[in-house]
Every structure is written in C-alpha cells, then in structure tokens.
Design a protein around this ligand. Sequence first.
Ligand SMILES: *Cc1c(COP(=O)(O)O)cnc(C)c1O
Length: 474
Amino acid sequence: MQTYEKPVIHQLHSGLMNKFAGAKSSQQRIKSSIAGVSIEALVEQYGSPLFVYSERTLRRQYRTMRNAFATRYPDVTFGWSYKTNYLKAICAIFHQEGAMAELVSKMEYDKAKALGVPGNQIILNGPHKPIETLEAAVLDGVTINVDHLDEIEDLESIAIRLDRTVNVGIRLNLDSGIQPCWSRFGFNLESGQAMDAVLRIARSGKLRVNGLHSHIGTYILDPNAYACQVKKMVAFGYEIEDAQGWRMDYIDIGGGFPSRSRLKGVYHSADVIIPTIDEYAEAITDALWQSVKPGHTPKLIIESGRAMVDEAGTLITSVCGTKRLPDGTRAYVMDAGVNLLFTGFWYRFDVALGQAVPGTPEPSVLYGPLCMNIDVIDEHISLPPLSRGDRLVISTVGAYNNTQWMQFIEYRPNVVLISESGDVELIRAAEDITDLERREHLPSRLSLQPIADPNDLLTDTLRPDGVLTYSGAN
Ligand SMILES: *Cc1c(COP(=O)(O)O)cnc(C)c1O
C-alpha cells in the first residue's frame, strides 16, 4: 500500500544553485560614474540620496525627437510638459532648445512666467484654469486649449470684458483604437459633443476656434494610435472650417511617447517593445500628409514629457542597513524610497551597483527609508551582499519624480546637473526644517512652555494607586 505524502513546494532562488539550473554568473552591472563624473565624487560633495541630471542627454534627446519630426514636416513645435519635471534648469534647457511651455495649472503658469517664458511660447491646457489665469493668458497671447463648457463661458466673459476676439483651441477626446480610451479631458469627438462645443463657441461671437488638441494617453506603444488620432483631428478641423470658416492653425497632440524605462510586468527589454521616435514621427507625419488639404500645413505641436526627460535623470542611493527577512530573503534599507521615486509604483527601475561588490548574488528586496510598508523600490532583485554605505544607481528617473516626490517623513535631497563640459551644478538644494515649516503658524496659546529645568521631567512619582504622574511640564 502506498502512503500519502504531502507535496512540498520549494522556492527556487534565481541566481543561486538549484536543481533546475546552476548558479548563473549573473553579470552585475556597475555604474561608477554618471556623464563622466564619479558616483563617489558626487556623493562626497552633494550627499546621498542625490538626483543627477545629464545636460548632454537632455539636449541630445530633445534634438533627436525634434529632428525626427522636423525632417518630415515643415512646421513642427514641441511643447515641454512642465508637470513631468518643472525644475527651472530642466525647463530652461528645453526652452533654449526651442520648446514651448506646456502648462496645466496656475502653478505651472506662474512657474513659466517666473522663468521669463513669453506668452506666445506658452500652451495652457489642464482641466482647472482659474478665471484670473485665463484672463492673464488671454492678455499674454497664450495658446489656450479649452477643456469644458464652463471654461468657454469664462473665456467668453473675458473676451466681452476686454472687447476683443479671442482664439481658442478645443481639447478633444477620441477613440484612437487603444485601451484605456481616455475620455475625461476635453470634448468627445465621436458623440458630437465637440461639434456642440464649436457651435456654442460660434454663438458667442467673441471666440473663434483656431486649433485642436488631444492627448490620447501615456506610454503609448503603438504609433498607429497617433496616426488614427491625427486623421480624426484633421478631418474634424475641416468640418469646423466648412461650418464656420475658421482655419485650423494648429494640430496639437499631447504626449504619451514612452521612455525606455520598463513598466512592471513587462519583461522584454525596451529595445524589443518600444518603437523608435522615428516610427512615431513617420506614422504621425504620414497621417498628416494624407489628411491635410494641398497647400495647408497646420502647425504640428507635439507635447512631450516622459520621453524627453526620463533618461537624463538618475538617482544615487546608499545602503543604510541590511537585514534578513524571516523567509531568508536578503533586505536592504536604502536612503531613498517611494518618497523620491513616485514612478516606482509602476516602473521596474534599472538598478546598478555604484561600485564592484564581491560575493554571490542572491534575491534581495530594496526598501526605502519610510516607516511605511509600501515603501519598496524593488521586491526581486539579484544583488551581491551589500554593506552599509554601498551605493546603488537607479535609472531612469527623470520623468515625474521631481514633481511628484513627497515631503513625507524625509527631506527632499539635492538635485545636480552635469553640464556638457562635465561641471556639476546644484539645481535644487536639499531641504531643511525651514522649508518644512515656512508656511506654518503656531497659535501662541499652543506654544509649549519652555522647560526651565529639563530634570523636572524626571521627577515623576508613583501614586498610591499605581499610576505614574509627572510633576514636570506637561
Ligand atoms: C502630461 C501631459 C503631457 C506629457 O505626457 P507624457 O506622457 O509625459 O509625454 C502632454 N500634454 C498634456 C496635456 C499633458 O497633460
């Protein structure tokens, strides 16, 4: 008779010897410098964690993207998406390269104005445009893309007050064949809502439509989605022209080009799944040429964020502590976590060693410094045994982290830029307690009494009922 034996599941650790495969001589990547400057020199001067941007990469990426489009279509302008990274130095570099400012809020509008960007170099998008900002934008000659009907009413009242005709762009949402199909921004094309908005605008007598905008999503891996989008937009532009006699001066397509970072759950390398920028440019400009009327080349505005900046940003982080979890997994506490790497919730970062580390790699977990269970940078990474002070170099982190980073539990660290000649410049200084408390006000009645003698705190007494009381300040 056979006896039943309970099955046992053994966890296989990649990188270690097991019955299915030998220990792989897992090539641990080492990145001991960024843009020619050594990690150790950077940390010595600016501390850890540290965000590092390469100006050469920023400019190269911009020019690659611009050239891909400018060689295929005569009138192309880029709009740098501020929300992706609105550090002044980063914005200034893209403006120097010729990009307009693509803004989605009053705060971003204030930032661009403070940086000295002229109104004719600004595109104002976004679902929340306070009326004062709208009025300032109208006076400033900003390109404004309207998101909803109430905004049309606001613009109409501004146009009446200023007694002038105001040009507006309409933001469209449309089905370009991809999922998810964004519908919350602008007016829906297919349902006729967008044409209703045009009619509403025409009725005002004070506004006219001179451009169309649409942003179909982010991290769009199919260039044909843009082709579909552009054809629908141009066709709608001609419908408006036929109905109202207004010329489409521009077709503004929102961002969404992927960067070369990997989304979680995607196991192919970027080279395999991410089309080149030329493929996007080809699809988009082809669609334009197929749909515009002869002799009419509306300005093509490309709004981009992620694809322009992501690769230029790197984060250096250091091991603060090492531990072993109950299941045997090696774990490290790093000085940077999701507080600085917001994109860590959906990106699988590229993590390299900042120096050679001897020893067999084993599966490890990287935790950040927060006292929060969700603060994990990487749950499954094969690393040699690290010690306190060892550096890890995380990329690509240039997009959406320096805007969405949190001032939560920890201060935000230094950000430096490495110039094309290799100089390192501080572009945002690490925060301290003054940044945290500058806007706070403590009502005087809540002020803590200064403690005359700190030893008072220690003169506690045990009451007969066993309760400990303190006779010091409390
Ligand atoms: C965020 C945003 C962009 C940039 O998007 P990416 O996916 O980072 O390229 C462009 N246009 C608008 C209106 C946006 O809100």
